[in-house]
Design a protein around this ligand. Structure first.
Ligand code: NAI
Length: 480
């Protein structure tokens, strides 16, 4: 704690660099800046105490400072061990008006390269406020929501279950943290959960967890699915990955992509952007899918659709984008070409069987540089694994650029305002979407910033197609 702000970041002296990049990012984030303009006076988030778990990048810094400008108090952690940009974390702690010796910003618990123990410790610190606890959660991937829900569940049961020997390390660490907390403070998570007015969730994987909780009747507070705002998933997941996938591969390996054979596993929003990213560099792209609709889309877009088993011996680059587990197995890795590049851009690392790779008899690991490992098999062939199978666009590069994140984070900010100011209007029986007129508002701001000019509907035309002149312009079932 310095100057009343508690935090855990790598190095506060990076704050000036971070502040300079935040300043440049603000210009590229017109949605967030427009929200500051619109709500800076009325401060609709006054009284909100937001615990945020989301990649601690420069773009996230602009989000955090927007929430603060709208009246909120905030505490933050990253939702991934490799995704923090240390200069961004430092700048947020120092704040726009502080210095490194007298920080005056927001508490952050995040640094690049956390251990799993440190990761969950940071997540707990972010949820543990000095006075009153949080009343809002902003989540990416659902780890903060998971911690609160499992904490409440185990407190109710009066015990934390023992980990299975085969459980992933991450789960073992998670259970241990809750075991300690149950012993020290038996009602910690129950008390904390009772004050939470809602959670807004950023990504496909976290949203999936929320729907499972709602369907089981176990959701403890209302939730907005930010991911499926059109201005989020159809932009960040797609165009964001189109930008940041090759950024990660290039920074990690600097291998020429043109002329190579690349396999993209999954052709959802992230897969579509990722395939285009590699095709744009001249790679021959092959897509794998389990869903015939997405597979047909890939075929229509000109990609070969195949199974990983059938093409594994041809692939130079293999990237998972599925949000599913065990997509690249150890059997695949054994059969890969020498120096094939293996990476994941989906939320969790279990898309690739890293644990099985580590256990493979006779395999050797050489760390080439941070977040780049060469794994050599006993037969002499090696594969290059990026970010230990964690999302490589954030581990090996700096994630999505500001402009696309301005869309996502405007949706986040609006969702926080919705849940915080309309308490009682959103139930826990389902997960809610942002109202469509707000989605259109976010798109409008960003279109204007790009110099695009919208055609205006006449009243007559609006009546003819059955919409209001001011929107929404599409029915709920429209798919974009
Ligand atoms: P999505 O649901 O639109 O796409 C996933 C696709 O993978 C689906 O079409 C599904 O049919 C397919 N799939 C599932 N299992 C498969 C298998 N075994 N083999 C081949 N294909 C399979 O989800 P979206 O939005 O594309 O997100 C994917 C993942 O990326 C999620 O974990 C999400 O949280 C994450 N994400 C990561 C971002 C990043 O910056 N790295 C940005 C946005 C999302």
């Amino acid at each position: 704690t310095i100057n009343g702000i508690d935090f855990a970041v790598a190095d506060l002296s990076l704050a000036e660099w971070g502040r300079n990049e935040i300043r440049l990012a603000e210009h590229e984030m017109p949605g967030l800046m427009a929200l500051r303009e619109e709500y800076g006076e009325t401060k609709p988030l006054k009284g909100a105490r937001i615990s945020g778990s989301l990649h601690m990048t420069i773009q996230t810094a602009v989000l955090i400072e927007t929430l603060v400008a709208l009246g909120a108090e905030v505490r933050w952690a990253s939702c991934n061990i490799f995704s923090t940009q240390d200069h961004a974390a430092a700048a947020v702690v120092v704040g726009p008006n502080g210095t490194k010796d007298a920080p005056a910003g927001t508490p952050v618990y995040a640094w690049k390269g956390e251990s799993l123990q440190e990761y969950w410790w940071c997540t707990e610190q972010m949820l543990t406020w000095p006075g009153e606890g949080p009343n809002m959660i902003l989540d990416d991937g659902g780890d903060a929501t998971l911690l609160v829900h499992k904490g409440v569940e185990f407190e109710k049961a009066g015990a934390v279950p023992a980990a299975d020997e085969n459980d992933p390390d991450e789960w073992k660490v998670f259970l241990e943290l809750l075991r300690v907390s149950l012993a020290e403070e038996p009602k910690k998570w129950t008390n904390l959960a009772s004050d939470i007015k809602g959670v807004t969730e950023e990504t496909t994987t976290g949203v999936h967890r929320l729907y499972q909780l709602a369907e089981a009747g176990e959701l403890l507070f209302p939730a907005i699915n930010v991911n499926d705002a059109v201005t989020k998933s159809k932009f960040d997941n797609k165009y964001g990955c189109r930008h940041s996938l090759i950024d990660g591969i290039n920074r990690a390996t600097d291998t020429l992509i043109g002329g190579k054979t690349a396999v993209i596993c999954g052709y959802g929003d992230v897969g579509k952007g990722s395939a285009e990213s590699l095709r744009g560099q001249g790679a021959r792209v092959i897509v794998t899918e389990i869903d015939p609709i997405c597979a047909l889309q890939a075929a229509m877009d000109g990609y070969q659709v195949a199974t990983l088993d059938d093409v594994i011996d041809q692939a130079d680059i293999i990237i998972t984008t599925t949000g599913n587990k065990d997509v690249i197995t150890i059997d695949h890795m054994v059969k890969m070409k020498h120096q094939a590049i293996v990476g994941n851009i989906g939320h969790f690392d279990n898309e690739i069987q890293i644990a099985e790779l580590e256990r493979y008899p006779g395999v050797k690991r050489v760390n080439i540089k941070p977040q780049v490992d060469e794994w050599t098999f006993p037969d002499g062939h090696s594969i290059i694994v990026l970010s230990e199978g964690r999302l490589l666009n954030l581990g090996n590069a700096t994630g999505h650029p500001s402009f696309v994140m301005s869309n996502s984070f405007s949706d986040q900010t609006i969702a926080q305002i919705e849940l915080f100011t309309k308490q009682g209007q959103y139930g826990t029986d389902t997960v809610h979407l942002l109202p469509k007129h707000l989605d259109e508002k976010v798109a409008r701001i960003h279109l204007e910033a790009l110099g695009g000019k919208l055609t205006k509907l006449s009243k007559d035309q609006a009546e003819y197609i059955g919409v209001d002149v001011e929107g929404p312009y599409k029915p709920e079932h429209y798919r974009y």
